[in-house]
Design a protein around this ligand. Sequence first.
Ligand code: SIN
Length: 484
Amino acid sequence: MLPSEHYVGGEFVRGDAAPVVVRSPSTDEVLAEIPGAGVALAERAAAANGVAARAMRALPVLRRVELVRRLAAAVRAEQVPLARLLTLESGKPIAESRTEVEYSASFFDNAAAAAEMAAGELPAARLADRRVLVLREPIGATVAITPWNFPLAMIARKLAPALAAGCSQLVKPAEDTPLTALAFARLFAKTAVECAAPPAAFGVVVGDPISIARAFIEEPSTRKLTFTGSTEVGRLLATQCAPRLLRTALELGGNAPFLVFADADLDRAADQAMLSKFRFMGQTCISANRFLLEESIADEFLSRLEARMRALVVGDPLSEATRVGPLINDAAIRKVELHVRDSVAKGARIRLGGARAEVAGLAPRFFMPTILTGCSPMMHCACEETFGPIVASMTFRTESEAVMIANAVPHGLAAYVMTQDADRLLRVAEALDFGVVGANDGAPSTAEAPFGGRKDSGLGREGGMYGLDAYVDLKYVSMRVRGC
Ligand code: SIN
């Protein structure tokens, strides 16, 4: 049976507000109607999260680490059913959903290791009789708002370091994809009981995003909000958090440039481009969005990319062979269509695809892998994230021109550079104004790296020791020592 209960204060409870209807993006079938969490339930969940923060703070580090390690094992043990649920509600091809489950487990592994290694400090004191003891303390109750494109991994990326640092976390998953989060809550509840950890250290409520976010932020015990999603919503949340001076971590939209220089290994570059562009059909914040190709190799690179794109199987995301499933919803596919239409109207050419793909018996939400040539920075496909399977390409002549075009957007999450010249690789990686650079690497995301963006792509870092630090408050104790 599909999960439909919220997880609040360590208990599964039914919602008390308008239902959240979860549909399959492939078939339009209603997968679940979850009675939503109204204001009262969201407030109760936020208050319980505050109480749980005190219990987590009291839990010794070894016990926190044990909880987090066991969560990694629990997620791995349920890889097959979790992946299936994730595919049903998001349309992510099943092979990728299994990868996402493993990616999620890796955040728990990594946070456990980071927490074991974490140490306070004793900086050299200026006075002989003074000792400055720097303590790392959990920041307390945290709340998270997570996106539909990684229904499990973005919870794991936020929750794992929160628990490992000794914090509690209450999550509101996206309305499009709440089922994986609710299924994870069952795993959490079981795991917490097994290792005698506070069962309320994690919570999930699903429902109206505006009222839930308000309840999360206004709860006096809440100390931090972490959000992954659009820049517009991130700005709004930051504004709501400001009066309370709440800490915020905002992982917002991107508009990733993918630079291919003439000295790149073109087959390798095309392979990396496929990894970046076709991960969840381009529906990730770090997907390559603008392909900047050195003029002399542009056509050759696109031929190699095109051959790979023609081999992609478009179809039912539950089928093992499928690499391109449906886009998440109607708004998503309309946006992709708009970007293609706008590009063509402004002078771009369609080299491959360019329209919806029909998949017999399934909803009209599939889009053909598409290549556009002759794009320019003023087109929608270049100044906004397309979030779809579109390769929008344009050419450059010099390295400085490529870097200038790459940086000339308000976003700064991820960028890619393909070259075999080691000097250029480092020079360009340093010049790119982005938080993540894939250097001959189209899949740079990994649990140990400090993931996050600059400018309109947000603030804060998640992953590894950096991610753990985001849930830690430093305190120093200044001590006078007699007899020194
Ligand atoms: C995202 O799209 O927000 C996250 C991508 C990643 O973890 O690679």
